[in-house]
Design a binder for this molecule. Structure first.
Ligand code: NDP
Ligand code: HSE
Length: 445
């Protein structure tokens, strides 16, 4: 029997993820010790309420409400409390005492990442966070290690399970956003306050983390452009399907050059977009996540799997635990976070994309020409136009209201500012009854 050096592991939080970490660690501890070359002794689990029900059995003697006391003397601290405080203070306490820290806390990393990474670097400790983006999907380590020799051009991720579930149900079952959100909440995908999911805050935090890693630049959460899915309608989802697209909430991190100023920088943004049904991201259904990477040398890569769930997320946490233990066995300082590129963070106005705009228009001579003129005046080039003329009621043979038509206009790449000016002008035009939908198109050739 091999005698391993013992590492003291302190766990903070025993909720959906923490309880599963305890269960897997107690079940597979010997195997993990073999893989790490160190014994992993769970010395305690800090919670708020010792008597609260747990999703997995946790020996009573391990539970404590004294998180600070538990951190003292630990070699590795796993933070699975969530939120900003007291998680931030506990992590700082752990790092300052020289312990390695593992966290799944995307909100904390997106808000206080630089402070935490600095604290780790000061003492030569390491902060691991594989579970913070897309839970079970290995994406942090591939970006930090496997792709460290390449240059990333762009990342497009479906990184929020709740919104993917909702948009998928709207697309495949014709459910309303409200009904699908209710189901997502019942299934445990949504955050306690689902605003974080449906308004895109959760995806924006993950976009900030991915962009920072991919472009070796600190991307503050305040610089991530964000739109959620609350304004996406069933009509838009139906129209997208008929046109060969699906609506997905995308987190995009991209290295680009602002066409006006020539500045090269990083864009990080989250919004619902039309994705061609032929794109690999269109095949990501239900609450699954996927991260699509375009790298200069490696080409296109896609990472797919469970982006939420207690046991799934615990898998990533335990992977970090094995890495941390191996590092302790080998010795030496932790790897500092690479932010050397220090690129400027570009505003949404630097981005150019294709758009699809739907309009209700009056059906009379000259309307199409007038609409086309508005696009051309604002420097937006039209790629496709599809017109559907309103039909009379099949029973009465009568038209409801003025004779009208729907125009669906696809554009070539256009800047955000030119597009906004065009949409404003369309809204004010006498031939346009209403602008019914404006969606960006991503992932097309
Ligand atoms: P839960 O809300 O289910 O669990 C939180 C745990 O933290 C509970 O056990 C709670 O104790 C404990 N806790 C809260 N406040 C304190 C405190 N002040 N001191 C000690 N313990 C405290 O969260 P999750 O397990 O769902 O999430 C944990 C982390 O993992 C979060 O950062 C989350 O964003 C991240 N994550 C979660 C995923 C998921 O699918 N759930 C996916 C990916 C990441 P008690 O039980 O006594 O109330
Ligand atoms: N609420 C999040 C989601 C959980 O729906 O993806 C994982 O971060």
């Amino acid at each position: 029997m091999i005698e391993y050096r013992n590492l003291r592991v302190a766990l903070l939080g025993a909720g959906s993820v923490g309880a599963q970490v305890v269960s897997l660690l107690l079940k597979h501890g010997d195997e993990l010790a073999q893989r790490s070359g160190a014994g992993l002794e769970l010395v305690g689990v800090a919670v708020r309420d010792i008597d609260a029900p747990r999703s997995a059995e946790i020996p009573k003697h391990l539970l404590t409400t004294d998180a600070e006391g538990l951190i003292v003397g630990a070699d590795i601290v796993i933070e699975l409390i969530g939120g900003l405080e007291p998680a931030r203070s506990y992590i700082l306490q752990a790092l300052n005492s020289g312990a390695d820290v593992i966290t799944a806390n995307k909100a904390l990393l997106a808000t206080h990442g630089p402070e935490l990474f600095d604290a780790a670097e000061q003492v030569g400790a390491q902060l691991y966070y594989e579970a913070a983006v897309a839970a079970a999907i290995p994406i942090i380590r591939p970006l930090r290690d496997s792709l460290a020799g390449d240059r990333i051009r762009r990342i497009m991720g479906i990184v929020n399970g709740t919104t993917n579930f909702i948009l998928d149900r709207m697309d495949t079952a014709g459910e309303s956003l409200e009904t699908a959100l209710k189901t997502a909440t019942e299934l445990g995908y949504a955050e306690a306050d689902p605003t974080a999911d449906i308004e895109g805050y959760d995806a924006a935090q993950k976009a900030a983390i991915l962009a920072s890693l991919a472009f070796h630049t600190t991307v503050p959460i305040g610089k991530v452009y964000r739109e959620g899915i609350t304004s996406v309608t069933l009509e838009q989802v139906d129209a997208a399907r008929k046109a060969g697209y699906v609506v997905k909430l995308l987190a995009i991190a991209e290295r680009l050059v602002d066409k006006e100023t020539g500045t090269e920088g990083v864009s990080a943004r989250v919004y619902p977009a039309l994705v061609p049904r032929t794109h690999p991201l269109a095949t990501v259904h239900a609450a699954k996540n996927a991260v699509f990477i375009e790298a200069e040398a490696a080409g296109d890569l896609m990472f797919y799997g469970a982006g939420a769930g207690g046991i799934e997320t615990a898998s990533a946490v335990l992977g970090d635990l094995v890495s941390a233990a191996r590092r302790h066995v080998i010795g030496g300082p932790g790897l500092a976070e690479s932010t050397d590129a220090n690129l400027p963070i570009l505003p949404i106005s630097s981005v150019t994309t294709r758009y699809q705009i739907s309009l209700s228009v009056v059906d009379q001579p000259g309307v199409l020409a007038a609409v086309a003129m508005l696009f051309s005046t604002h420097g937006v080039s039209i790629e496709t136009v599809e017109q559907t003329v309103a039909q009379p009621d099949p029973l009465t043979g009568e038209m409801a209201g003025m004779p009208g038509a729907t125009l669906v206009i696809g554009t070539h790449e256009a800047s955000e500012s030119d597009l906004s000016a065009t949409v404003l002008a369309l809204g004010e035009s006498s031939v346009v009854s209403s602008v019914t939908s404006v969606l960006r198109v991503e992932g097309s050739e």
